[in-house]
Write a protein that binds this ligand. Structure first.
Ligand code: SF4
Length: 68
């Protein structure tokens, strides 16, 4: 089965949390403002949400990649 993954560029991420607002099942900011990826590898049913969250990141720090 093909699995998708989320790539996070921590150097870029500024902790805006926009991704978390759009896809709270996938992205979570911790108390220090570090982004946690809650679902990696990414189950099929969360892929759309993960992509939506990646799209709204203002600094383009997120990428959803497939291993197919
Ligand atoms: S939207 Fe982008 S900059 Fe903001 S927390 Fe998510 S990955 Fe980081």
């Amino acid at each position: 089965m093909n699995m998708n993954h989320i790539e996070l560029d921590r150097d870029r991420c500024e902790g805006h949390g926009t991704c978390e607002q759009v896809a709270p099942a996938v992205y979570k900011l911790d108390d220090e403002g570090e982004l946690e990826i809650l679902a990696d590898p990414l189950p099929e049913k969360l892929t759309k949400a993960a992509e939506a969250g990646a799209r709204v990141c203002p600094v383009a720090a997120l990428r959803v990649v497939g291993d197919a």
